[in-house]
Design a protein around this ligand. Structure first.
Ligand SMILES: [Zn+2]
Length: 1004
């Protein structure tokens, strides 16, 4: 037979585009439209409904950036349409090439009932089926003229990302406001032809199935009268029924479609807009659930549910009804889809506490799955936290974005630092916005790496971020692929149904040990430094606030601020969302975040001060207590206690031969040259130099930093090709504090002032850096070339530390050229190591060279201080920043842990006479307390959470500083795990595995 395949495929495309799709709405009449532009920020729904509209005509421009316009649409169904299906088509000026990221609307009836959202690919509202004719139509649209930030001119600097700089130019043109007849048969024919046409193109040309579909399509097109598509569509459908009825092969891949809308809690829009995005999408999805009996929708991020409940009760009513029916499913069990690299131990745990608790309290639903499709990499501490929260499965697709290495599995066990293994799935469809296109379905089946031993994968299906979620077209296509020869099968399922089936069929999945590093978006560890500092400082303040509030409650009957702490935790957790903490949002978001963190700090300082005041007793004139919030003894004061600190010791400062200064406290001798560079840090106890020969530490290095795309997100490896060492000093002089040296430098439009100091009795060189930063597209690093040979180094992560290689043997190691740390980085040779601790930086890199002079190894540890990307915030990080770091020579991993806590928890000195005994004491420094608080249930029980922090085994005794009534081990939500933990009086003997995390409830 002659090969006419190209001819028929082209015929299908033209007839679909030019005749069949336009025939879905064969007749239409215009509606009348009025508009009222809200003068500022969004107004309550009642106010929008009551506003008096002015006329506006289709074709008119509307919508200043970030504005809200209430459209009123009125008309009547023509009498001649009686018996037919009628819809309103409401095109606000959408660009259908983008499924979201532009204007949107939420349609209301005059009584305030939400109908559904309006989105670029979802512009219809059903008026009636069948209509009687003559019905009055009156709809209200709350429309948001959110500007397009990303798609038209990717990654060009724009002032549209903040209402304060965005101007007033209308962004959209009203495109179509009509009533129209909806021809369901033609619409179904479109669905038939799309599914078959897309499937056909994915099948091998040699496959008989491909040709059977081609011939059926050809015959169906023959049946269409191009001048009467509506009259002939049914006949065309009949000719496709046979190929659509042919069932899937027994070995077909099985896709669990989960209705989904990935809604970033803030990103290219401010937080307040996400409140409305979620309401629009939820309205769409409850409407779709009403129409489609098989459809299931899952929504993650408890915060987004809480927003609906608080701000859109009318939408909440529909959502809760659909939840009861099992159709609208709470997913993920986290407060937000957070970053997982940077959140500290407790914050990562509280994401689950507050997320899971919300769904338990509202619906009695316990999430077993963690849903993080878009998060930029996964820290190796996470598996243990997932398990401790009572969850057991993880889903993400983001690792498919890695640019260097292809991950070897789609379904596997992920093993964390302590050995916890979590059943993990990466959807092979490689998107969290699946639209049920044949190409996507075929890609998922082909791409799935666990073929032969497993057959299930998950497809998150629907448009996110203002796309409105799943569409009726996606549901229609899924129905055709439920059991279709040549295609993977598609079934609507909940995440839990998918995971249950996937786990059951895969008895012995492969294991991946250690972090799931995303080989992309590495600059999110540095961009928007103030947001990152706000997070770290809030985490530290929350630790202090809980510790001292609990201590004051037990010791002094001080009221415990349950509701205040709950609210502040949720604020901090929200800002760990995967575009806020990573620094990839618009200026508006980060400007607000800075203010929010300042308010959080002020409030928590008040909580801490109130509790410490209650504990400290009379402020005698000369008595000063040190409150030690750190988990280790400090200046003679026990962890979690307060007492008069031990003092003593001096640091000498003398001129250095050849210029510069020498600091010496008997433990360390630090030489700072005339350029302000640290040329020697000599460990007097070990008799050993820290700085590599011929090199200098505390070296500021400035790189050009212009990635190929994703400016705030990415640093591309070529940034290292060009570097300027900032060695010119304006001034190097003794600092105002004893035992310190102050160094000032200028470069470009910026200045840096550093104070290097050596405290008496400390084995730690403190470095305070203040940068007045006015660069663009530059990357500022602080380098420490160390005389240490080590194959690997440790970075702190949640509840422990993870190792990475210092070499680049394979592409996997080479790709980790920028990585995340929490409070410390540590590297060591047997018997001697160095730590670098920080108070608020996360990005760092470690490289090594071998010296020609003495064949020794120089391992260079660099922290990332500041970047200056221009998209999406054109003014990223401009202004004054302050950082604290400390180099700790001779440090064991235990020293690194301790000094990391100290630099993040500055000692608080409070006037008072009453020493405070700790609520809990642990007698082994390897066992580190991360939280002391009162139980969330208001019982007054003391909750203590701790973990083994050195990576070894620990035997320790926990001693309660109050009469102990009983001890229970709990999960993160403070629910009992097992029988009572034995205790002897107030002492609890413990043994811990490496990095084991334990939560105990201590009854008084
Ligand atoms: Zn996202």
């Amino acid at each position: 037979m002659h090969d006419d395949r190209d001819l028929i495929e082209a015929r299908l495309k033209r007839v679909l585009d030019e005749r069949v799709r336009p025939a879905v709405y064969p007749e239409s009449v215009p509606l009348d439209v009025g508009v009222w532009h809200a003068p500022g920020e969004p107004v309550p729904v009642a106010e929008g409904l009551a506003a008096v509209p002015r006329p506006i005509t289709v074709g008119d421009r509307w919508g200043a950036p970030w504005g809200t316009s209430w459209f009123t649409v009125t008309g009547a169904v023509p009498a001649a349409w009686a018996g037919r299906t009628v819809e309103a088509i409401l095109d606000l000026g959408f660009d259908e090439n983008m499924p979201g990221f532009q204007c949107e609307g939420l349609v209301y009836r005059p009584d305030g009932t939400p109908v559904k959202g309006l989105n670029p690919r979802n512009q219809w509202v059903r008026v009636g089926t069948p209509v009687e004719g003559g019905e009055e139509v009156r709809l209200h649209i709350e429309a948001a003229s959110n500007p397009v930030i990303l798609d038209y001119h990717p990654f060009l600097p724009t002032t549209l990302g903040d209402k304060e700089t965005a101007g007033t130019e209308p962004q959209y043109r009203l495109a179509r406001i009509d009533l129209a007849v909806f021809d369901e048969t033609v619409w179904q024919l479109v669905m038939d032809l799309e599914v078959l046409g897309e499937l056909m193109r994915e099948l091998p040309v040699e496959s008989g199935r491909r040709w059977e579909i081609l011939r059926a399509v050809d015959r169906a097109l023959d049946a269409i009268d191009l001048q009467d598509v509506n009259g002939t569509a049914a006949a065309a459908r009949e000719r496709l029924a046979g190929v659509l009825a042919s069932p899937a092969e027994p070995s077909a891949h099985r896709i669990s479609a989960v209705g989904h809308a990935h809604i970033d809690s803030a990103w290219l829009w401010p937080l307040r807009e996400t409140v409305r995005k979620v309401a629009r999408t939820a309205s769409n999805m409850t409407a779709l659930i009403d129409e489609e009996p098989d459809f299931v929708f899952a929504m993650s991020q408890a915060q987004q549910w809480a927003w609906i409940k608080e701000h859109r009760p009318e939408v909440w009513a529909k959502v809760t009804k659909a939840v009861s029916a099992g159709r609208f499913v709470p997913a993920g069990g986290m407060w937000v889809e957070s970053d997982t690299n940077m959140p500290g131990s407790e914050a990562m745990a509280r994401q689950f506490v507050h997320g899971k608790r919300f769904f338990l309290d509202e619906f009695g639903v316990e999430n077993d799955e963690v849903w993080l499709p878009d998060t930029f990499g996964f820290a190796a501490g996470l598996p243990q936290i997932i398990r401790a929260a009572g969850s057991k499965w993880l889903l993400t697709q983001k690792i498919s974005w890695s640019r260097t290495n292809t991950f070897p599995h789609h379904t596997f066990l992920w093993e964390g630092i302590d050995g916890t293994r979590i059943f993990t799935h990466f959807p092979p469809v490689d998107t969290y916005n699946c639209s049920m296109k044949g190409g996507e379905i075929a890609h998922a089946a082909r791409n799935f790496k666990d073929k032969g031993v497993a057959r299930h994968s998950l497809a998150p299906t629907g448009w996110g971020d203002g796309g409105g979620g799943t569409t009726r077209e996606m549901v229609a296509k899924a129905a055709r692929m439920r059991d279709l020869e040549g295609s993977a099968t598609v079934t609507w399922e909940t995440p839990a149904e998918f995971f249950t089936a996937a786990e059951a069929e895969y008895a012995d999945p492969p294991v991946w040990v250690g972090e799931l590093y995303l080989e992309l978006h590495r600059a999110t560890l540095t961009s928007q430094a103030k947001t990152k500092q706000g997070n770290r400082r809030s985490e530290s303040l929350l630790r202090e606030a809980e510790l001292w509030s609990a201590t004051a409650a037990v010791r002094a009957g001080h009221p415990y601020p349950y509701e205040q702490l709950d609210r502040i935790w949720k604020t901090v957790l929200l800002h760990q969302f995967h575009d806020i903490l990573p620094g990839s949002s618009i200026a508006w978001v980060h400007r607000e975040a800075e203010r929010t963190y300042a308010a959080v700090a002020e409030e928590l300082e008040g909580v801490i001060e109130g509790a410490q005041r209650a504990l400290a007793g009379d402020p005698e004139p000369d008595a000063v207590l040190l409150f030690n919030s750190a988990p280790h003894t400090r200046e003679g004061v026990a962890a979690g206690g307060a007492a008069v600190p031990l003092g003593g010791g001096v640091t000498g400062l003398r001129p250095r031969e050849g210029g510069g200064h020498v600091l010496d406290n008997g433990l360390l001798r630090v030489e700072i040259d005339e350029s302000g560079l640290v040329v020697s840090v000599y460990d007097l106890v070990a008799g050993r130099e820290s700085v590599a020969p011929g090199r200098a530490a505390n070296l500021l290095q400035l790189h050009s930093d212009f990635p190929n795309m994703w400016d705030a997100w990415d640093v591309d490896e070529f940034y290292r090709n060009t570097v300027v060492d900032l060695t010119d000093a304006d001034e190097v002089a003794p600092g105002t504090e004893p035992g310190s040296v102050r160094v000032t430098r200028s470069f470009g439009g910026s200045t840096v002032t550093q104070v290097l100091s050596l405290a008496p009795g400390a084995r730690r060189l403190d470095i305070e850096t203040e940068v007045d930063w006015h660069e663009t597209e530059k990357f500022l690093k602080l380098a420490f070339p160390l005389d240490v040979r080590a194959d690997r180094y440790a970075s702190e992560t949640q509840y422990g530390h993870a190792y990475r290689a210092t070499h680049t043997n394979t592409s996997w190691e080479a790709a980790k050229f920028e990585a995340c740390n929490h409070r410390f980085v540590h590297l060591e040779e047997p018997g001697w190591g160095v730590a670098l601790v920080n108070d608020s930086t996360y990005g760092h890199d470690v490289t090594r060279t071998v010296r020609a002079s003495d064949s020794g190894t120089t391992t260079t540890l660099r922290v990332s201080l500041l970047r200056a990307p221009r998209f999406p915030d054109p003014e990223t990080d401009q202004g004054v920043h302050r950082f604290r770091h400390a180099l700790v020579p001779g440090a064991t991993i235990g020293d690194a842990v301790r000094e990391g806590y100290f630099i993040n928890l500055p000692a608080r000195r409070v006037r008072g006479a009453a020493a405070v005994a700790p609520l809990v004491t642990l007698d082994d420094d390897a066992v580190v307390v991360t939280a002391v608080k009162l139980a969330d249930d208001g019982s007054g029980d003391v909750i203590v959470r701790f973990h083994e922090a050195h990576g070894g085994r620990a035997r320790a005794t926990l001693t309660a500083g109050f009469p102990l009534g009983g001890v229970t081990a709990t999960d993160l939500l403070e629910r009992p795990l097992a029988a009572e933990v034995p205790h002897e009086g107030d002492a609890v003997p413990l043994t811990l595995r490496p990095f084991e995390l334990v939560t105990l409830r201590l009854r008084r």
